[in-house]
Design a binder for this molecule. Sequence first.
Ligand code: OXD
Ligand code: MN
Length: 591
Amino acid sequence: MTPLERWVEEQAALTKPDKVYWCDGSEEEAHRLIESGMKEERVAGRPVFYELNHATFPNSYLHRSHPTDVARTEHLTFVCHPDRETAGANNNWMDPEEAKEKMRKLSDGCMRGRTMYVLPYMMGHPDSPYSKACIQLTDVSYVAISMRIMTRMTKDVVGKIGQRGDFVKGLHSIGDFDPNKRFIMHFPDEHFVWSIGSGYGGNALLGKKCFALRIASWIGLKEGWLAEHMVIMGIQDPAGHVTYVTAALPSACGKTNLAMLESALPGYKIWTIGDDIAWLNVGLDGRLWAINPETGFFGVAPGTSMKTNPNMMRTLKKGIFYPTLFTNTALNIDTNEPWWEGMDGQAPDNAADWQGNKWDASSGAKAAHPNSRFTASVYQCPTLSPEFDNPKGVPISAVIFGGKRTHVKPLVVEGMNWQNNVFLGSRMGSETTAAATHQEGVMRRDPMAMLPFCGYNMADYFGHWLKIGKRLIHPPRVFSVNWFRTDEKGRYLWPGFGENIRVLKWIIDRVNSRVGAKETPIGLVPHLKDFSLDGLNISKESLEKLFDVDADEWRKEAGDIEEFYKKFGARIPKEIWTELHSLKAKLGMSQ
Ligand code: OXD
Ligand code: MN
């Protein structure tokens, strides 16, 4: 018996499924599992999948979750390092033995009456030195099918693991969906994630946030690389030159839209490599190289339309080899198509809401859940980069940090050197969204958009970023962006979406030394003459406001950043304090 077979047997002995089924990742198998998910298997008392209109949305299916299970549950997510300090103030912590004891009790017999699916999958291209071989166990076909879309799931991974015991392990059960018995536990030293009580993507597709960010960030700290919550894309200019960039934005701030943006500027084109996760390694050439460990998009549906993200709408209608899943969207009953707020056209007259109840538009209730999602293969994306399957990844010339700030932050700012760049990333903040269960619209600091995903003490993470910079002979330039600044009436100043190419153009012009920049206390901002505004109807006042650095607002901001750092005690690197003190001095503040 191999270590893998032994591990699966032990987990089956604990969870007691009726059947253990090893997936091979084939198309035929996916069809079979979907069929049984429609006809036999039940989740929260109803079918796992409903077939949608295959004439307009080929190979697509609707999934309705348990009503309490609609987003990531950060308060039930734990990182179980041997000591609390290693987990840091950014994580919930539990002693690993205590956590295992708790999970053993909750998991005893939790798969009774269900099938345990064994999912062998790779994060990253199998030929890439950066990829990882993983196994997830789950008791719901929705997760098995989602993992086949989101990862490279094949039976070859079993052979690749062979006699090794150090494969990445995930044990997932939907349990009984009781939110009081819902836990997502990470054991970073064992490369193990144990999740019970939720079928929601970020809690249940364990290759994604749990492994590819929380555990991988810890492995990256040990091995000298970075696992980041970032888009990866190529920006092609009119001369045909492609500049690769990554961009970190908190959940539900438009990362998927950015990753496949349709350029409003003639001659520019975006090539998509990833919309959520980047693994970044220092290459032998001293450049930063990025791979997307995933193969799918798990994006927020509401707001997605031909106006905001035409390439995603096209992607959703191309399901052939891979199914496309819609989770908790509404349903147009007359056409049997998915629907959500913000989609093109009129709201349907006859719709079911995300729970399947007849929707009454006049009630003011949303038809689709605000965090309803689609799951679609990257191979359906019309802007997929030809470099997507390159095992080496792509060389990164710029890193962008963003967030949703209705005040304070300019449209774009460039950092001044690596230390200042890390400070710039560490001070990012965003107004919260529906992707996790918390109050919406509250500002929270979210360094590098990694606050919910960094698997260890964030102060040590800043130190790791500083160290990586020392190994980069050709470091990427670093920028912060904010598409969300508003005027005094609360209206967005910047049109966003396809027009964001204007900001990306300035960024690649900076990278390729085509334009200068203006120094401010918080970094470099564009000279307006270098910023392409042709064809854009925007007033001079709006533009000035977009780039404004208001010293009073920034003094408040600096105070807030300081409070945030204090939560991490003495572990914040001295270089970060130096940067904060220098910012305060530039703003005329006492230290
Ligand atoms: C996601 C998230 O699903 O960040 O990507 O919540
Ligand atoms: Mn994300």
